[in-house]
Design a protein around this ligand. Structure first.
Ligand code: TRP
Length: 478
């Protein structure tokens, strides 16, 4: 009974976005998050700067945009969330959705840990963190390796997520996104302008934007691809789920362009906010995951009135993280509601319980507590599996599915709203999705895994591939 396929005007029972702006804000809210402000700068720093940024931008334009448009189309066409969208066309493809649900679960196994740090830093900055600039680095290391303290913040952060998602689509997520996204944009611009006025900041811009291709290897290219998928919330059906709530008359191409543009702008802005200041203060660009939490407070500690800016920054970061993690949670919750017939509150409780356990282990692993695999702790394992493997391969399968299981005509009708909207690049998009992206992702993944064996990350990536293969084999039972 629950498996009627949706009619062309959308099933009446499906919740819809309250407004177009609400949808864009929620989708951009999903995209813009820790990936842009925390992960992008430190990954760029670790991957050598300019060349990584250039490759990342190339992937955003040629792969990210196309995959996002594909996800929105699949979601709206089927009116189903991640797994249902595939299942409703061909049962053997449900594994693609299940990879997505698993990715959501695993990303939510570390994302709230970092979200908790951001939340904690609002209070640390307010409590006088900036008074002793020389201790800021040590404070961060002490904080994240402490077994208990980060757990309280993570729990508080995760709880907010659960409450927002329990309230349902248009009620919770949309309202949060509408108010808070513009605020974040504004804060980042202030910080970037501040950083650029510092003496010596020019070297930071040079690091970020002048490419040195001698630093590029397979791992850097895979990191750039993973960053593009992670930052745009792609490859796990998140945008399929959001698209499934979208009204039939919305312009998918335009929405994709706006969300992709906003996400990329924020990532670049975050880089511009961070690197010039770092170089001005002679800090190390490869500082790792602590980058934002060390550089930003140090930057503001040296300025009059810096505490206010730092406070606003960490409030903004927490909010940006929230609108993203809510979308990750929604993928898992929508799966439990649509495919396992749980009520929304029950689905939220079930998903939340697993996530809190994963997060506790991920957080403890940073202090060296708990299980490791190939010398890697769980925090890094979850990140490696999702960012480097599941998202990119998931995106590859989404493209293969759209390109080979759906007809060109069907796709054209969905994207152009039955011919009402013109999309002159349709054939280019179709060619990318059907042929180019699947091959490109496969090549980048293989290159990344091979070069991952030099840095010890190879075995975990192979584990990721094996999990996907297993899910594909089990597909009929999923
Ligand atoms: N894009 C978000 C960020 O940059 C994280 C995120 C939310 C995500 N939903 C996702 C990543 C779905 C991959 C897939 O922080």
């Amino acid at each position: 009974m629950a498996h009627h396929s949706s009619s062309h005007d959308g099933t009446p029972s499906r919740e819809n976005w309250g407004s177009r702006v609400g949808f864009i804000m929620a989708a951009a809210g999903s995209a813009v998050g820790l990936g842009n402000i925390w992960k992008f700068p430190y990954t760029a720093g670790e991957s050598g700067g300019g060349a990584f940024v250039l490759i990342y931008l190339f992937f955003v334009i040629f792969i990210g945009f196309s995959v996002m448009l594909t996800e929105f189309s699949l979601g709206r066409k089927t009116g189903r969330a991640a797994v249902g969208a595939f299942k409703s066309v061909d049962k053997r493809w449900s594994f693609t959705g299940v990879i997505g649900v698993l990715s959501g679960l695993l990303i939510m196994g570390f994302y709230p840990v970092v979200g908790g740090w951001a939340l904690a830093y609002i209070f640390k900055v307010g409590g006088g963190l900036l008074n002793e600039p020389s201790a800021i680095g040590a404070t961060f290391d002490g904080f994240i390796t402490n077994p208990l303290e980060p757990l309280y913040w993570m729990a508080a952060y995760l709880l907010v997520n659960l409450l927002v998602v329990a309230k349902g689509i248009s009620g919770g997520i949309e309202k949060a996104g509408k108010v808070l996204m513009p605020m974040l944009f504004f804060i980042l611009i202030i910080i970037a302008v501040k950083g650029l006025t510092l003496p010596g900041s020019g070297k930071g811009l040079e690091f970020l934007f002048s490419p040195d291709f001698s630093k590029v290897n397979g791992e850097v290219v895979l990191a750039a691809l993973g960053q593009a998928f992670f930052s745009l919330s792609l490859g796990m059906g998140c945008m399929i789920t959001y698209g499934s709530y979208l009204k039939k008359k919305e312009n998918l191409v335009q929405n994709t362009a706006i969300v992709t543009g906003m996400d990329t702008a924020v990532a670049l802005l975050a880089g511009i906010a961070m690197f010039p200041a770092m170089f001005a203060f002679s800090m190390e660009p490869a500082a790792g995951p602590g980058l934002v939490f060390v550089v930003v407070p140090q930057l503001f500690a040296e300025m009059t009135g810096g505490m206010i800016f730092a406070l606003i920054f960490f409030i903004g970061l927490t909010v940006a993280a929230l609108t993203s993690s809510v979308s990750l949670l929604e993928v898992v919750v929508a799966y439990l509601i649509d495919e396992k017939q749980l009520s929304r509150p029950k689905a939220v409780i079930a998903a939340g319980s697993v996530m809190v356990l994963l997060c506790i282990m991920a957080s403890l692993s940073l202090g060296g507590v708990g299980p490791t695999l190939f010398d890697t702790g769980l925090f890094d394992i979850f990140d490696l599996l999702t960012d480097k493997i599941f998202l990119a391969i998931g995106g590859m399968f989404i493209c293969i599915f759209a390109g080979w299981k759906l007809s060109k005509q069907e796709l054209k009708q969905e994207i152009t709203n039955d011919g009402e909207i013109s999309f002159p690049l349709f054939n280019l998009w179709y060619g990318l999705v059907k042929y180019v992206i699947p091959v490109a992702v496969a090549i980048v993944a293989i290159g990344g895994i091979l070069s991952g064996f030099d840095s010890g990350k190879g075995p975990i990536m192979i584990l990721g591939i094996s999990i996907i293969a297993l899910l594909a084999l089990l597909s009929k039972k999923l």
